[in-house]
Design a protein around this ligand. Structure first.
Ligand code: NAP
Length: 255
């Protein structure tokens, strides 16, 4: 799969899909910059990577992607001398009807889910051109389908999907590929972070059996495996694609 020795940045590597992705890259022998804000969780991710590959070369960076994009790219290139893959995974999820939410929610969501991705992409691009590397953006089924009470999150992911396609065209002449994945509901802390109780999370995940064609929710590793594929040479002729990793949720329609 030829990811050995590649220099990879994974944002949001302190939890969920990002932690699983950093782990898979470490198993493949990549040099991984793990970015997150929560120091204890980031340390736990580093420990998991080391447990899976004792020789793993890792650079944990405690950073907020909305303010530290430059530092994340610079520290990675200073340590490793190059950049091969950027995984824009960090994201936040908030709910609320347009009648109730205010513009602060819009700003929070778009600052994290889109503006920070724009900045990281812009700063990473010159380095990725040198290595003919690639970018994988973690979007959502909500980028493709509309859901009530989720307007800002859905819009941020729809914008991210189109950003992925546009940047794929900008960077194609430089042989840099840009793709995305669109997860359905995946078992991570994101559901508790939006304020659900443990019982509420369990109830929601149970309900999701009906909203995913395969009759179940997904695991972080199932998304990580797709990211690894897109980042590898096995996907050498794929760019501008956003692959649903959602048990068929994107194909369903209520009737
Ligand atoms: P998660 O478990 O809540 O993890 C989110 C990660 O993003 C954490 O590592 C968090 O870091 C990081 N993060 C958020 N804001 C950040 C910021 N400003 N700066 C740095 N790091 C930041 O969520 P997840 O489910 O793994 O989500 C990962 C991605 O998948 C997101 O883009 C999400 O929208 C997408 N997604 C998830 C699902 C799902 O059902 N789980 C479905 C579709 C799409 P700290 O905790 O260290 O702050």
């Amino acid at each position: 799969m030829s990811l050995s020795g590649k220099v990879v940045i994974v944002t949001g590597a302190s939890s969920g899909i990002g932690a699983a992705t950093a782990l898979e890259f470490a198993k493949h022998g990549a040099k991984v910059t793990l970015v997150g804000r929560n120091e204890a969780n980031l340390k736990a991710s580093v420990a998991s990577c080391k447990a899976a590959n004792s020789k793993a070369d890792l650079l944990p960076i405690i950073a907020d992607i909305t303010v530290d994009a430059k530092r994340i790219i610079n520290e990675t290139v200073e340590k490793y001398g190059q950049l091969d893959v950027l995984v824009n995974n960090a994201g936040i999820f908030e709910v609320g009807n347009i009648l109730d939410i205010d513009v602060d929610q819009f700003d929070r969501i778009f600052n994290t889910n889109l503006r920070a991705v724009f900045l990281l992409t812009k700063l990473a691009a010159p380095h990725l051109i040198k290595t003919q590397g690639n970018i994988v953006n973690v979007s959502s089924v909500t980028g493709l389908r509309a859901f009530p009470g989720l307007s800002t999150y859905c819009a941020s992911k729809a914008a991210l999907d189109h950003f992925t396609r546009c940047i794929a065209l900008d960077l194609a002449p430089h042989k840099v590929r840009v793709n995305g994945v669109g997860p359905g509901v995946i078992v991570t802390d994101i559901h508790a972070r939006r304020g659900l109780t443990p019982e509420g999370v369990a109830e929601y995940l149970e309900l999701c059996k009906q909203t995913h064609a395969l009759g179940r929710v997904g695991e972080p590793k199932e998304v990580a495996d797709a990211i690894i594929f897109l980042a590898s040479d096995n996907a050498s002729f794929i760019t501008g694609a956003v692959i649903p990793i959602d048990g068929g949720k994107h194909a369903m329609c209520p009737r």
